[in-house]
Design a protein around this ligand. Structure first.
Ligand SMILES: Nc1nc2c(ncn2[C@@H]2O[C@H](COP(=O)(O)OP(=O)(O)OP(=O)(O)O)[C@@H](O)[C@H]2O)c(=O)[nH]1
Ligand SMILES: [Mg+2]
Length: 604
């Protein structure tokens, strides 16, 4: 494809503003599918967890033809925890579509992704999406986007951004939102007219920057990226390098281009095109595939540092090895390091004091998505409570802060403000929107850990919360942890309805009857602040006499089934979450009561 006929566009936005839905419509209306072809909704969200959670986790690219133009489109995740990928994939694009919800306006992540695009000097086209919403306020939102650009010190030519209005859901775009929309034609036209073609040298030496990595059991490791210079051919000898000094020899065995979200084999591709290379097993994000005679790397962007960490330990619970396929520390190590190769925001370090790994990431969701992914692949392991990463600056302890934006109804305001007060949040701003109240807080990342669960309960799922990394600031001192102790299983066995019934007054139970449990496992939350060892496996003494009505008494309150995220925010430092393909159990790190007492006496 001629360079002037290529457009490489990344779609960036806040969570849920409609990126993946827009990509669907662009694919559909470009005539990529047969009329009768059944196409899944939000097609780019192809991972299980993406479909279940309704969010994009991995950035992905796809391509389609419009007239005689090749348009590569990169769908990015909107959630702050996956922001590292946005920084990375922007290197493939020559321009961005900044999507903004016509009712919500710019949100924290809009600011973050726009900043990243401006850092890379990419031209921006603004798409005001969801104009079908009755609460849409297009003119105001355009002004807010303009103000945001000014705040970010965008240069004049970017302040003059092209604007288009759309309803990705209803499949139309219009240049004037008062017009009646028909289809996506105006958006296609604006992309080819307002977004630049790549300006690269096709006669230069081969250079392709790896911006996305994935794995297919069929093809092995797949490296996706833009060719920055020259051409790439199958059977070509190349080197893989990050610094131009350390070179790994390799060969291109399989080369692919994209059609929709599928790949088709090709023999050759040239600068400006986005392609996938299969079969280079040790290739890593940010590396360049280059000409062996002229190994010049393309610079890759600096990625924001991780803010939280968690220990991943091999499963040493008494039930270890029963439910998973991959159980030992070698499996754990290989899997974690493999993940870090394709996720720039993830860092892994071996622990000094015990067998296991410290995993650094961008947030609770980032790490819990990884845990869930590994568990589904058959891994068994244990994790500790997430911790934030502190820094020493001039001898002073600093900790990470987030800017938190909440949209809530007025009746939940009191409770939410109280909760954030306990977590040492500072209210920055409060104003009333249509029927919601918007609160802005500056809060430590530590204070925010586990807040989502409380927030959802207090707002009965009606509120929305968003946060972005604010930066490091003064350490705020001790933070109150969990108020309650836990109920701990006294001996290994099977829970009985009789025993659980007897425990209901002591606290909130998290296990059902007839579950296998081990000594030291957590069976519930105590009503008081101390831990209590209880008998959860007691059988009822059989008597010959049946007391009238006594059997009816064993009616159990349904167990509190915590999600993985809830478990992670529930546990204390001396507790672990045991994860297997079939179960999520909570346990004391030290299973033995005497050992726990000794440890607490010696202050460990
Ligand atoms: N009313 C309305 N809803 C829309 C429109 N576009 C998308 N939505 C809805 O908004 C929700 C989020 O859409 P997605 O396309 O998943 O949003 P996203 O930006 O890809 O979200 P993340 O990838 O998680 O950041 C879905 O329920 C869509 O149906 C639109 O134009 N109008
Ligand atoms: Mg999406």
């Amino acid at each position: 494809m001629e360079l002037s006929k290529i457009r490489n566009i990344a779609i960036i936005a806040h969570v849920d503003h409609g990126k993946t839905t827009l990509v669907d419509q662009l694919f559909r209306q470009s005539g990529l599918f047969r009329d009768n072809q059944v196409v899944q909704e939000r097609m780019m969200d192809s991972m299980d967890q993406e479909r279940e959670r309704g969010i994009t986790i991995m950035a992905k690219n796809g391509a389609f033809l419009y007239k005689d133009y090749l348009i590569n489109i990169i769908d990015t995740p909107g959630h702050a925890d996956f922001g590292g990928q946005v920084e990375c994939v922007l290197k493939m694009s020559d321009g961005v579509l900044l999507l903004v919800d016509a009712a919500e306006g710019p949100m924290p992540q809009t600011y973050f992704v726009l900043k990243k695009a401006l850092n890379q000097s990419l031209p921006v086209m603004v798409v005001i999406n969801k104009i079908d919403k009755p609460s849409a306020r297009c003119d105001e939102v355009v002004n807010e986007v303009f103000d945001l650009m000014v705040r970010l010190e965008a240069p004049d030519h970017i302040l003059d951004f092209p604007i288009i209005y759309a309803s990705a859901r209803d499949g139309f775009a219009v240049n004037d939102y008062k017009e009646q929309g028909k289809n996506m034609e105006p958006l296609f036209e604006k992309i080819i007219n307002c977004m630049p073609a790549p300006k690269l040298d096709r006669s230069g030496h081969t250079q392709m920057l790896v911006s996305l990595l994935s794995y297919s059991s069929f093809l092995g490791r797949l490296a996706v990226g833009k060719i920055f210079s020259g051409t790439i051919k199958t059977n070509q000898d190349v080197v893989v390098t990050r610094d131009g000094v350390n070179l790994k020899k390799s060969r291109i065995t399989k080369l692919y281009e994209f059609h929709g979200n599928e790949m088709q084999p090709i023999e050759e591709a040239s600068a400006g095109e986005i392609v996938a290379v299969a079969g280079i097993e040790d290739i890593v994000l940010g590396e360049t595939i280059a000409d062996p005679e002229h190994p010049i790397p393309v610079s890759s962007p600096d990625i924001d540092p991780p803010t939280i960490s968690m220990h991943f330990l091999p499963n040493d619970s008494p039930f270890s090895g029963r439910e998973g396929k991959f159980v030992n520390s070698r499996h754990l190590k290989e899997r974690l390091y493999k993940e870090a190769l394709s996720d720039v925001a993830l860092k892994i370090e071996p622990l000094q004091t015990e067998v296991g790994y410290c995993v650094y990431g961008r947030g609770e969701l980032h790490l819990s998505v990884l845990i869930e992914k590994m568990r589904r692949e058959g891994y068994e392991f244990q994790v500790t409570k997430p911790k934030v990463i502190f820094k020493e600056v001039d001898g002073k302890r600093m900790e990470p802060y987030e800017e938190l934006t909440l949209d809530i109804t007025e009746d939940s305001m009191g409770k939410i403000m109280e909760l954030l007060g306990e977590r040492k949040g500072a209210l920055l701003d409060m104003h009333k929107g249509n029927d919601m109240l918007r609160l802005k807080y500056k809060i430590t990342t530590r204070g925010l850990l586990g807040f989502k669960t409380d927030f959802m309960t207090q707002t009965r799922g009606m509120g929305t919360m968003n946060y972005i990394f604010w930066g490091y600031d003064t350490y705020l001192g001790e933070m109150k942890g969990r108020k309650n102790g836990v109920l701990i299983v006294m001996e290994t066995g099977v829970t009985t309805p009789y025993a659980l019934f007897g425990l209901q007054d002591r606290g909130r139970l998290i296990l059902d009857p007839v579950e296998k449990v081990y000594k030291g496992q957590i069976v519930g939350e105590h009503t008081r602040d101390n831990d209590l060892v209880v008998n959860a496996t007691r059988e009822k003494k059989l008597t010959n006499m049946r007391a009238a009505g006594s059997d009816d008494a064993t009616i159990l309150i349904p167990a509190w089934k915590m999600s993985l995220e809830e478990c992670l925010s529930f546990i204390n430092d001396d507790e672990l979450v045991e994860v297997t393909p079939q179960s999520i159990r909570l346990r004391k790190k030290l299973l033995d009561e005497t050992a726990r007492k000794q440890a607490s006496r010696s202050g460990n």
